[in-house]
Design a protein. Structure first.
Length: 516
């Protein structure tokens, strides 16, 4: 007797396959919306194109709740058919497996969220009292035979992956505000930095290897690079210990930020590598550096890596290549086991051309690159970005109940005193300080007033007003082109001038301002 296959209709199969795609898609990309539409058909309800904090809680998306109900019913029916003797082919097994994982995740996602956001216990870990229920449900859906899965996954690993996914969504969602497409693109980039573009391959092969990949975050000052780094660091995979029913590794205490631009070279080395007593003036005792303190599942964040001198670059390169380092004043080698995330607001391409940054270090850093957009780009994409971010920042300051009132006050003040075209040179960091100042003083005094957007604004205004003599205009233009190219020869080629002419007309003060 030939047993029937798993699906009873084309629609049922298409629904299972669409739910399987939802299981592994990037939730911050627009493709998620199209898959939801495919699953629900006429029942689909228009919602936010991209998930962002103005959408508030995940549960507010009616499509997610509807699809979860569809997935629950579908996997229940399919499991009964398997128990009755249905013999699925490989593709049917795969669709069944992924639909079950989707249903299981949303069955427990609230409890994963509660576990991620409650304080750690005295050991630095988190108990998972619902593990027994989860394992029972997992084993009911996936075993025993005839549910032979094409991609075997243990309940312990599934539990750890679900906890990681829920943490990642939480930290990305709560750290990176804004509803513009540049903001959505940033959230999607961070998701990929954690899970890669292929979540299926990640859960099979890469979940315990991503610590070997260095992440480089670029973008202007104040654009939120540390928030990106923190989201990546706090969302690393943590194994689940079934015997103790807990996650025994801490993620809250495993992120080690170091602002390199604020320290001297000796202090940078001490903070990174540690030192032995007497290795430099003021070293009165042995000290472990972040590279030694950082646990295997931890992350060291090197903020403004473009600021470090070449000598430290050589030592850092060795760490990234060999995972070995020596504390200052010691010949003993130590092993670094964590992940490195770095950031810079500098143009590292220009820094390399001018000999200030090593190419070999750059190519060790850029295996995974995330680009944080400026606030000006985000507002240009969507006029609603400013009010969205203001209420997001107000919620952090005064809570959800009072946030609308503070946001309204801040937006009225900004409209009256700065205007819609204010360039926000300090990016989201400046906007945050603006909202705080308005809350406290009902006033904000930007370092750069309206109409003065730095050297670009001054040069533009002087040019439009006809205030620059021809020789001065040539000096300014040569300086700008040289700053952009980093080469006298290339600047001369672009300007149609002799190389010596360009070099003689560089304005050192303007050049320093352009380079920041």
């Amino acid at each position: 007797m030939i047993m029937p296959g798993l699906f009873r209709s084309t629609r049922e199969r298409e629904t299972a396959e669409a739910i399987a795609r939802l299981t592994y898609c990037n939730p911050f990309l627009g493709e998620r919306v199209e898959i939801e539409r495919r699953v629900l058909g006429d029942a689909f309800k228009p919602f936010f194109l991209v998930w962002h904090p103005r959408a508030d809680l995940l549960d507010d998306n009616p499509n997610v709740l509807h699809i979860f109900a569809e997935a629950e019913k579908l996997v229940h029916d399919l499991r009964e058919r398997l128990a009755a003797g249905a013999r699925p082919d490989e593709a049917e097994r795969k669709a069944y497996q992924d639909a079950c994982l989707y249903a299981l995740y949303y069955r427990y996602h609230t409890r994963f969220f509660e576990m991620a956001t409650r304080p750690e216990d005295s050991r630095g870990g988190r108990d998972a009292p619902f593990w027994t229920d989860f394992r029972r449900d997992f084993e009911h859906l996936f075993g025993p035979e005839p549910v032979r899965l094409p991609d075997p996954m243990t309940p312990v690993h599934a539990f750890a992956c679900f906890f990681q996914v829920r943490r990642a969504f939480h930290f990305i969602f709560r750290s990176i505000g804004g509803g513009s497409m540049p903001a959505a693109g940033l959230r999607a980039q961070v998701w990929q930095s954690i899970f890669t573009h292929d979540l299926h391959r990640y859960q099979r092969l890469l979940y315990d290897r991503m610590g070997d990949v260095t992440t480089l975050i670029t973008g202007p000052s104040g654009a939120g690079k540390e928030l990106v780094a923190r989201a990546v660091g706090l969302a690393r995979y943590i194994p689940f210990d079934a015997r103790s029913k807990s996650f025994r590794e801490s993620f809250e205490e495993s992120f080690f930020p170091l602002n390199l631009s604020a320290l001297s070279p000796t202090l940078i080395e001490s903070e990174l590598f540690g030192h032995r007593r007497g290795s430099f003036t003021g070293a009165v005792a042995d000290r472990q550096g972040w590279l030694e303190v950082c646990p295997p599942l931890g992350t060291v964040f090197l903020d403004e890596i473009g600021e470090i001198d070449v000598g430290i670059q050589v030592k850092l390169l060795r760490v990234l290549e060999t995972r070995r380092f020596q504390p200052l004043g010691s010949s003993d080698e130590r092993t670094f086991q964590g992940k490195v995330v770095a950031s810079t607001n500098r143009d590292l391409g220009r820094e390399m051309r001018e000999g200030r940054f090593r190419e070999d270090l750059y190519y060790r850093l850029c295996a995974d690159t995330v680009v944080a957009p400026s606030l000006r780009e985000r507002i240009a994409d969507s006029p609603e970005e400013l009010p969205t971010l203001v209420i997001f920042l107000a919620q952090r300051l005064v809570g959800e109940e009072e946030a609308p009132t503070l946001a309204r006050e801040a937006l009225e003040w900004i409209e009256t005193h700065l205007g819609r075209d204010y360039p926000w040179p300090g990016n989201v960091r400046e906007l945050s300080q603006c909202v705080s100042n308005i809350m406290i003083h009902r006033d904000y005094r930007p370092a750069i007033r309206r109409g003065d957007a730095g050297w670009q604004g001054r040069l533009s205004q002087e040019f439009l007003r006809g205030e620059l003599p021809a020789e001065e205009l040539l000096r300014r233009y040569c300086t700008v082109v040289y700053a952009r190219t980093g080469s006298y020869a290339e600047a001369a080629r672009m300007l149609g001038l002799d190389r010596r002419t360009v070099k003689a007309r560089i304005d050192p003060e303007l050049l320093g301002e352009i380079r920041g």
